[in-house]
Design a protein around this ligand. Sequence first.
Ligand SMILES: Cc1cc2nc3c(=O)[nH]c(=O)nc-3n(C[C@H](O)[C@H](O)[C@H](O)COP(=O)(O)OP(=O)(O)OC[C@H]3O[C@@H](n4cnc5c(N)ncnc54)[C@H](O)[C@@H]3O)c2cc1C
Ligand SMILES: *[C@@H]1O[C@H](CO)[C@@H](O)[C@H](O)[C@H]1NC(C)=O
Ligand SMILES: *[C@@H]1O[C@H](CO)[C@@H](O)[C@H](O)[C@H]1NC(C)=O
Ligand SMILES: *[C@@H]1O[C@H](CO)[C@@H](O)[C@H](O)[C@H]1NC(C)=O
Ligand SMILES: *[C@@H]1O[C@H](CO)[C@@H](O)[C@H](O)[C@H]1NC(C)=O
Ligand SMILES: *[C@@H]1O[C@H](CO)[C@@H](O)[C@H](O)[C@H]1NC(C)=O
Ligand SMILES: *[C@@H]1O[C@H](CO)[C@@H](O)[C@H](O)[C@H]1NC(C)=O
Ligand SMILES: *[C@@H]1O[C@H](CO)[C@@H](O)[C@H](O)[C@H]1NC(C)=O
Ligand SMILES: *[C@@H]1O[C@H](CO)[C@@H](O)[C@H](O)[C@H]1NC(C)=O
Ligand SMILES: *[C@@H]1O[C@H](CO)[C@@H](O)[C@H](O)[C@H]1NC(C)=O
Ligand SMILES: *[C@@H]1O[C@H](CO)[C@@H](O)[C@H](O)[C@H]1NC(C)=O
Ligand SMILES: *[C@@H]1O[C@H](CO)[C@@H](O)[C@H](O)[C@H]1NC(C)=O
Length: 763
Amino acid sequence: MVLSFLLLSVLSISGSVLAQSSSGYTDSGNGFVFQGYTDPVYDVTYGLVFPPLVTTGTNSTEFIGEIVAPIGAQWIGLSLGGAMLDSLLLVAWPNINSVVFSSRYTTAYTGPIITSLPSTTVNSTHWKWVFRCQNCTSWQGGSINLGGSSALAWAYSNVAVNDPSDPQSSFQEHTDFGFFGENFAAAHSSNYNNYLNGDPGTTSSVPTSTSTVVSSTTTLTSPTTTATPYDYIVVGAGPGGIIAADRLSEAGKKVLLLERGGPSTGETGGTYDAVWAEGTNLTKFDIPGLFESMFTDSNPWYWCKDITVFAGCLLGGGTSINGALYWLPQDSDFSTSVGWPSSWGNHQPYTNKMAARLPSTDHPSTDGLRYLEQSATVTAQLLNGQGYRNITINDDPNSKDHSYGNSAFDFINGKRGGPVATYLQTALARSNFVYKDHTLVSNVVRNGSQITGVQTNDSSLGPNGVVPLTPNGRVILSAGSYGSPRILFQSGIGPADMIALVEGSPTAAANLPPSSQYIDLPVGYNVSDNPSINFVFTHPSIDAYDNWADVWTDPRPADAVQYLKDQSGVFAGASPKLNFWRSYTGTDDKQRWMQGTVRPGASAVNTTYAYNDSQIFTITTYLSQGVTSRGRIGINAALTGLPLVNPWFTDPVDKSTLITALNDIVSNINTVPGLTLITPDNQTTITDYVNSYDPGSLDSNHWVGSNSIGSVVDSNTKVFSTNNLFVVDASIIPSLPTGNPHGTLMSAAEQAAAKILALAGGP
Ligand SMILES: Cc1cc2nc3c(=O)[nH]c(=O)nc-3n(C[C@H](O)[C@H](O)[C@H](O)COP(=O)(O)OP(=O)(O)OC[C@H]3O[C@@H](n4cnc5c(N)ncnc54)[C@H](O)[C@@H]3O)c2cc1C
Ligand SMILES: *[C@@H]1O[C@H](CO)[C@@H](O)[C@H](O)[C@H]1NC(C)=O
Ligand SMILES: *[C@@H]1O[C@H](CO)[C@@H](O)[C@H](O)[C@H]1NC(C)=O
Ligand SMILES: *[C@@H]1O[C@H](CO)[C@@H](O)[C@H](O)[C@H]1NC(C)=O
Ligand SMILES: *[C@@H]1O[C@H](CO)[C@@H](O)[C@H](O)[C@H]1NC(C)=O
Ligand SMILES: *[C@@H]1O[C@H](CO)[C@@H](O)[C@H](O)[C@H]1NC(C)=O
Ligand SMILES: *[C@@H]1O[C@H](CO)[C@@H](O)[C@H](O)[C@H]1NC(C)=O
Ligand SMILES: *[C@@H]1O[C@H](CO)[C@@H](O)[C@H](O)[C@H]1NC(C)=O
Ligand SMILES: *[C@@H]1O[C@H](CO)[C@@H](O)[C@H](O)[C@H]1NC(C)=O
Ligand SMILES: *[C@@H]1O[C@H](CO)[C@@H](O)[C@H](O)[C@H]1NC(C)=O
Ligand SMILES: *[C@@H]1O[C@H](CO)[C@@H](O)[C@H](O)[C@H]1NC(C)=O
Ligand SMILES: *[C@@H]1O[C@H](CO)[C@@H](O)[C@H](O)[C@H]1NC(C)=O
């Protein structure tokens, strides 16, 4: 596994003597201008681009790189130090539809922080890895000469690595290797920051080393700005923040809602339209049938680029990009046994308020009909044989054992509804409510336990971008399960190891309070997310809808026409068609709930025998309320939000309970004629399938608990040891509810807003 080119130190090759030298080129896919080289034998392109050099301060230690390789390249290595023994090496290979990568330094190595950028692609002919490499310009024993040129080494292999899904996989000797001279001096671009945002910027010529000089000592002082103070500043316009801001402004408080992203649905000014829907106000975020295309878009700008799991960074947060499965909570979702304080048990008045503002529907098409129902019908046949009943799920929220029903959503009039179409609209109509988008909050400004304002990146909102509070004013963080912890860390609140990472970032460190004012709370601990496992089936009755592959660019014409006419038909619904639940008692005597979600199509098929891909459908089985496994989330040195400890199956009883549930689902498969389980296939036991499941694929995007009520916030959702800082979002939920969480979260946001308004000492 040690590459032999790492052992070539004796060769002592320098960039200047190499025949093959880099030159500038523009990647026509993402528009970035790289300095790089295409090896003529294997037709692999290697490119690098760096931030501008500076004359004062510290030169940046990061770059954006890309490797574009024909699909026959099983893995590629790039050595940043050229032919030297102690050199930083990047390796990458394709795995199904993604590129897997790691850095190595003779062995596995953790100094660099490497993030794949959205223009990374795998298609039928090539794989392309576009990545940001931070802390990558020096390593033990070597460094890049940012103002000069030197040799880089590459390695090519036509033999696959041993475990393509594992970034740390071992691999055999490379097939070939070589060198080229990289002109680092010519690889600096003033568009670098645009590139990080997926934007090629304006310069189309080859970058030069005489790019803009940025002084890191520049401050954004604008002494003439007079800032407007607010009673409540709410950070983040996801479901938690929108509901809190609406209820607080309804009570007459002066409220500012800040959102880092921009518009989403057409009603909010969004314009991201499919070609077939151009000029209609029906954006990607409006049309329910485009949900699956969120994951296959060639430029998915709406995901947060500084969080390593899926999170929406646009108005509406997760509710603008999610499947919109919407469940009224069952009573036990707010019980003390799942971690809520007893004062939260009476959720019904708040759930009722939510349902009145935001009704659910299990037939979202405006003509009242259901479309593409075959997978629901087939699964209902299967479940009927297991003693399940068909119910209207949200008419009977407490019936979650042996029950199924047609999937329910918070779509309205055949379009995405959610809090953006409802609560936000009433807030916007009030003169005491201000909404400001494209505004990033890094931290709260505080004097000990008293919060005095929030630090934004917009100096038009106040001196240095600080927005102040009125005398008894309060701040509410609603930036999501990853976003709110990051703001707390940057405010000196959280575990010492996380605050230490903030101290390591020159810009963020400058905004920390004195260390004597740090507040030690378990921010990021005790998180949970549903572990989920997919089964893929075929049945002759199924229309797999071409696996949703063409809905964005080339939809079935009749369905597109029907939807544009009156928001009816297939496109008025998202992919899920049926949901079901069952209660289990684990070997530890604890009760756990299982949820199933059924949809036509499949994200991955792994089978040894032939199947008809027009007839595939998926049952995703989640373990929900009662899950005992816990993980930890946090940040890395780049302040990127990420799981530090994965929250799935840390308790083996969670795994054994889910395996029992999976076996039950297919126990009577032979009673449904034509129904075939293809993944796992009949050569693979369910236990083996679960045991070898890619851990990352267990992720259900339902993260809760990083600011658990009782641990980080008190029963009024106020952050412990502060006077006037609150959190209202998924992070306060102490453990997973029975179904997909945003219904429970919105009921909790209603209840939190009421408790905050009732709490003495406020504005
Ligand atoms: C792909 C996917 C599918 C899902 N499907 C479903 C489903 O079908 N049903 C369901 O119930 N749940 C689903 N979920 C989960 C659900 O969407 C989330 O639980 C919910 O959105 C969490 O709401 P929140 O208010 O906590 O945070 P978010 O929805 O994440 O909102 C946070 C908001 O804050 C903004 N923000 C973050 N940081 C800052 C900052 N520093 N400054 C300013 N603004 C900031 C963000 O841009 C965002 O708008 C899904 C989630 C994903 C990712
Ligand atoms: C950068 O990498 C070096 C190893 O080259 C490591 O020691 C150091 O901790 C890293 N710095 C950060 C901030 O991650
Ligand atoms: C596949 O990707 C490569 C590299 O990004 C690109 O050049 C090529 O045009 C793509 N091919 C197809 C069929 O999309
Ligand atoms: C940044 O790097 C260039 C090239 O090595 C060098 O000339 C310049 O002095 C460096 N800037 C600082 C502030 O060290
Ligand atoms: C789109 O929505 C905006 C805002 O609601 C409205 O002003 C505009 O007229 C709408 N356009 C169309 C084509 O419906
Ligand atoms: C469940 O029952 C309702 C009402 O009778 C019916 O409309 C629906 O089709 C049934 N659902 C399934 C999946 O059989
Ligand atoms: C603040 O950050 C947001 C989100 O990253 C960005 O869209 C906006 O342009 C930034 N504003 C300024 C003034 O830099
Ligand atoms: C911080 O608060 C203390 C009292 O808690 C007060 O004495 C001090 O003046 C405050 N400092 C600032 C800068 O407001
Ligand atoms: C995690 O949750 C458990 C159970 O609710 C609790 O006992 C424990 O104190 C929590 N730990 C932290 C660090 O919050
Ligand atoms: C496909 O299934 C086989 C048999 O279970 C397993 O060994 C293999 O790892 C799976 N491949 C992927 C990519 O999941
Ligand atoms: C595959 O399924 C589709 C849809 O049911 C059907 O039209 C087609 O004939 C099937 N193909 C084969 C080879 O059976
Ligand atoms: C496995 O499934 C395939 C496809 O249904 C079938 O042809 C084969 O006979 C099965 N093998 C066994 C051992 O059941």
